[in-house]
Design a protein around this ligand. Structure first.
Ligand code: MOS
Length: 694
């Protein structure tokens, strides 16, 4: 256990320090960066899903006035490292998915580049592709590990016999579709070479991680690559690692005569080039006594990967720790397809993986004649069922109790399809949420004192729009025993000390813990009255509790839905999330993260569906006109609250991270509410009106 900071700036709803610049339009995102004499890049994408480029004629494109270069496998500079097939662009003729970069035009204006790109003539040698996701795929295989370095399977032989002997069994298939990260700011990179060194203005969740991946591809030491990202317009995981466009921009900048290259993906291009959430097929089996106590939990999860690069969603991992059960089986299998590379999307693993089991729990509650909250009470474990370690803090039931009272859960009819109001069936539903606590090693922060009495705090973190600028300033202020306006924070640049990715909801704890360590070191070295120019750099402290405790955040999602009796139109009329996430650093930005996650969960429940046409290997609804995300008209009353809590095991902040848990369980709560409203159990997302016509 560590000593906690005095709570002064921490816990206050300080307004976003970057808010004014963003509202006025002066905050510079990657593409906005003012560089001298820029050039513009537009890509050519493959129109087949599998095969080879057999012939490419760039002559007409090259002849367009204003075109500087046309890059393809024929003339692109060679990369030093090509083992990552997603990133190794223009290095050969192989095509592994539809939409892959096969050429790019560099020109004086974006319009010229785009026009010339349309003139590149390509001939293909077409191979027969397979882009149809199905659990009975002949190539189904078990990956060595799943995302997050988790074991692929946990199996116990007794599961089958326990299921057979169970008084009540739920045995169903649940599916979630491909979902696409759609941050407001598209992926964008500005690249420039100077004396053999590379500068990238990039829209990224981690400047240091981008440097670490990109530098070796160009045969450079990390210090020869500088990545700058002061402001980022969202990412939801899709900017957690560099994608192919970053490499393409850097390659093109080797052919621009030293001029900078500006490259932003168009919205449609993002659907195949920036990662997405794999579709999942989840076979969930729950076995219980008549009293609802689980005796067996089984989840077999199938997801897809691109054949050119493996990504294994850890869909069945949350089932390992969520509920008590003497018998448990969780497995992951991958379908290898000729499709774009899936990756992280808000709550990878937990988000899709809590859909199947949390709907199954609702089905089990009904089968046992129990209230769904009471069912969770009966299956609450006293330690982590997976590791056997004690939880640092587990307040799931308190979240449910608090939410039940506030939401009016007592008014729910245990009988489905009992309340028809003004032509709408109305129902209530719940689901649990969870997200692991991650605090990453490998961070450092530097603190210096200025003559004017202010402190400069430097760490190469990134604010992807969550509020890191603000909360890190609050943390630094308390750590230095000064007010936030005496802190001058610097983030978003690899010239600052090394920092880990803004991912896994780990940023605040990882960077904040490092800033605290640096502040303590500074005070030890320089005292409370430092001389101007005093400076200290420190690394992230060791975290002994990380090994001793299972650390997770928890939440209870409540939804009231309305389903139109004639049209099947579905709406969430009220939603409440109650979260236990340790200490909340800034209630204003935290609430924004929670309700943002829940809003995205409404999108998952009702709208989001990347429709693959397997004949062409493409997502056909690849724009915001056809791929729906919730907008104002879809969101009425979404509220989030949290338990007042400090997790004394979770580092010096006592905070566990809030960026992702808001989406977890949200779609399940909504699905359960639509069942309560209509008596129709839908196990396939999204919950579109056609599924409620009866
Ligand atoms: Mo988040 S999907 O871990 O960036």
């Amino acid at each position: 256990m560590v000593e906690l900071l005095k709570w002064t700036a921490i816990g206050s709803s300080l307004r976003r320090l970057d808010g004014v610049a963003k509202v006025r339009g002066t905050a510079r995102y990657a593409f906005d960066q003012q560089v001298e004499n820029p050039t513009y890049l537009y890509p050519v994408q493959s129109t087949i899903a599998l095969g080879k480029v057999s012939k490419m004629d760039t002559g007409r494109a090259e002849g367009v006035n204003g075109v500087i270069a046309v890059l393809s496998h024929l003339n692109a500079p060679k990369l030093e490292q090509t083992d990552d097939a997603e990133l190794a662009v223009l290095q050969g003729t192989h095509i592994g998915f539809r939409g892959q970069f096969i050429a790019a035009v560099l020109a004086e204006t974006p319009e010229i580049a785009r026009h010339a790109a349309s003139l590149v003539a390509v001939e293909y040698q077409i191979a027969e592709h397979d882009a149809a996701f199905r659990a009975e795929h002949p190539g189904l295989y078990a990956p060595e590990q799943v995302n997050g370095d988790f074991d692929t399977d946990t199996t116990e032989e007794d599961v089958e016999s326990a299921l057979e002997a169970s008084a009540v069994v739920i045995d169903q298939i649940y599916t979630t579709p491909a979902e696409h990260n759609n941050p407001m700011e598209p992926h964008a990179t500005v690249a420039q070479w100077h004396n053999g060194e590379l500068t990238l203005y990039d829209s990224t969740q981690g400047v240091h991680p981008v440097r670490q991946s990109i530098a070796p591809m160009f045969g450079l030491v990390p210090e020869a690559v500088r990545v700058i990202a002061p402001h980022v317009g969202g990412g939801f995981g899709s900017k957690g690692l560099p994608h192919a466009h970053v490499v393409l921009a850097a390659l093109a900048a080797q052919c621009s005569g030293g001029r900078p290259v500006k490259f932003a993906l168009a919205r449609q291009q993002m659907f195949s080039l920036s990662g997405y959430r794999t579709p999942t097929i989840q076979h969930v089996r729950l076995g219980a006594g008549k009293d609802g106590r689980l005796v067996a939990i089984s989840q077999d999860a199938v997801s897809q990967t691109s054949r050119i690069k493996e990504f294994a969603e850890q869909t069945a991992v949350p089932a390992r720790m969520m509920y008590s059960s003497p018998n448990r089986r969780t497995t992951h299998r991958l379908v290898p397809l000729d499709v774009a590379v899936p990756s992280w999307m808000r709550g990878p693993g937990e988000c899709p993986g809590m859909f199947g089991p949390e709907v199954a729990m609702d089905e089990l509650a009904e089968a046992c004649g129990l209230d769904p909250i009471e069912l969770r009470v009966r299956n609450e474990p006293d330690r982590d069922p997976d590791s056997g370690k004690p939880f640092s803090s587990r307040h799931l039931l308190e979240c449910f109790r608090t939410g039940a009272e506030r939401f009016g859960w007592g008014r729910r009819s245990s009988q489905p399809r009992a309340r028809l109001k003004d032509g709408w069936w109305v129902g209530l539903g719940v689901a649990s949420a969870t997200y692991p606590f991650m605090r990453n090693p490998g961070n450092a922060a530097r603190i210096s004192f200025q003559e004017d009495g202010s402190y400069t705090v430097q760490i190469g973190a990134a604010d992807l729009g969550t509020g890191a600028w603000t909360v890190l300033t609050q943390i630094a202020a308390d750590a230095l025993h000064v007010s936030p306006d005496q802190v001058h924070l610097e983030i978003g640049d690899t010239s600052l000390p090394v920092a880990t990715v803004a991912g896994g909801s780990s940023g605040t704890a990882s960077w904040g813990g490092t800033i605290i360590a640096a502040a303590q070191a500074f005070r030890r070295e320089h005292g409370a009255n430092p001389a101007p120019g005093a400076q200290t750099q420190a690394e992230a402290p060791e975290d002994p509790d990380a090994e001793r405790y299972a650390m997770h955040s928890f939440g209870a999602q409540f939804a009231e839905t309305r389903v139109h009796a004639d049209t099947g139109e579905v709406r969430v009329s009220r939603m409440l999330g109650v979260f236990s996430a340790g200490r909340i650093i800034n209630p204003r930005t935290a609430r924004s993260q929670f309700i943002g996650g829940m809003t995205m969960g409404i999108g998952m429940a009702f709208h989001e569906d990347g429709v693959m046409d397997p004949r062409f290997g493409m997502i056909v609804n690849h724009d915001l006109a056809d791929y729906h995300i919730p907008t104002n008209a879809d969101i009425t009353d979404v509220d989030a609250i949290w338990l007042e809590e400090t997790d004394h095991r979770a580092g010096p902040l006592g905070a566990r991270g809030i960026g992702e848990i808001g989406i977890v369980g949200a779609a399940a709560a909504i699905a359960n509410a639509t069942y309560n409203a209509t008596g129709l159990r839908v196990r396939t997302l999204p919950l579109t009106p056609d599924k409620f016509l009866f």
